[in-house]
Design a protein around this ligand. Structure first.
Ligand code: ADP
Ligand code: TRP
Length: 325
């Protein structure tokens, strides 16, 4: 099985990104071929400042490596370092009905809000399809918000294969566990768009301050509480080992505790949880050449694969004219 996914460098990674996506990417690198890329071409639809894009793309690579992405197992690269994908995107675009793209949420939502969309946002799903098909990926781990895009990819692959012969491998979405479930400081979904995030590599003191600000209810301390509908407990449970989680579960049901204690416990757990990654991150920051080498090697490996698939697609479409027909 070949696994592939992309993550946009549109902000520093937060706990939602980690538990919703990155942790699973890292687990999936075991035992199968894996390709992970930083989707900087997709990010161009929202980030227009070159310095910001460069900084966030670099930080994304360093963060992923620090969190355990192993470049000997998974190819890690920048999307834009594989130009074959952009060419494949054009080939796919010539067979993409406009209606299919008009139905995609990202575009529909902007249009409904009266925001003028550009062609990049409109054709975003086609580039994503090219990303996936260029590597013959079988499994694409994504959050629930991306499933529609995988369906578009499958539609495009199906109609291409129907018209031109079997060129593309049919990919499947692998919906991530915990996706869309990590709550933020206000109890809603953690997302940079809601300004309610705690970043993975935030300074521990600043993170602790944010944790102390997590919104809680005003029920009396003595009252027993149901851990299942408490977002502070949900966060605690993500970090706590099973015995500590069970003990906190019992404390909630019993009542007679303050949310402040839970927050303090959460801050301690989170700090310890990411301590090793933080140390690895510092090493990587002191050794930027290593990061640059990883990205270059990842891109080379990815390009080799993408070239083969692009050759197949070009030949099937009648683009190779190297001898008399
Ligand atoms: P954001 O909502 O902060 O803009 P992205 O949309 O860039 O985050 O998310 C990147 C990945 O992280 C996606 O696969 C998404 O499903 C996952 N993710 C983001 N926020 C959460 C969350 N609160 N809970 C679980 N997964 C999340
Ligand atoms: N659109 C995805 C997101 O915003 C990122 C992405 C780009 C992607 N290309 C991809 C994910 C290919 C999976 C496969 O999260």
């Amino acid at each position: 099985m070949r696994v592939l996914s992309g993550i946009q460098p549109t902000g520093r990674f937060h706990w939602g990104n980690y538990f919703g996506a990155i942790r699973q990417y890292i687990e999936l690198q075991q035992g199968q071929e894996a390709y992970y890329f930083i989707a900087n071409l997709h990010a161009l639809t929202t980030i227009r400042d070159p310095e910001t894009l460069r900084r966030l793309s670099w930080d994304a690579a360093v963060d992923l490596l620090a969190l355990g992405l192993d470049p000997d197992r998974a190819a890690l690269f920048l999307q834009s370092d594989v130009p074959e994908v952009s060419e494949l995107c054009w080939l796919l675009m010539t067979g993409t009905p406009l209606g299919l793209l008009e139905r995609c949420h990202a575009f529909k939502e902007k249009k409904e809000k009266g925001i003028t969309a550009d062609a990049g946002l409109f054709t975003y799903p086609v580039l994503m399809a090219a990303d996936i098909l260029a590597y013959d990926a079988d499994a694409v781990p994504v959050g629930e918000d991306q499933i529609q895009h995988i369906e578009v990819c499958r539609d495009l692959a199906r109609s291409f294969n129907h018209r031109y012969g079997d060129v593309f491998v049919m990919p499947k979405a692998k919906v991530l566990e915990h996706a869309a479930k990590v709550p933020g400081l206000d109890g809603g979904k953690m997302s940079k768009s809601y300004n309610n995030t705690i970043e993975i590599f935030e300074d521990p003191k600043a993170a602790r301050k944010k944790i102390m600000r997590i919104v809680t209810d005003a029920r009396p301390m003595e009252e027993p509480k149901d851990p299942a509908d408490d977002h502070l407990f949900a966060l605690f449970a993500l970090f706590a080992p099973p015995d500590q989680r069970a003990a906190m579960d019992a404390t909630y049901r019993r009542g007679g505790f303050g949310y402040g204690e839970v927050k303090k416990g959460l801050a301690d757990l989170a700090e310890a949880y990411f301590a090793e990654a933080r140390a690895r991150r510092e090493d990587l920051e002191a050794n930027p050449k290593r990061v640059a080498d990883v990205l270059a090697a990842g891109a080379e490996r990815a390009r080799r694969k993408a070239r083969q698939v692009l050759d197949r697609a070009q030949a099937a479409m009648g683009l190779k004219v190297d001898r008399a027909p």
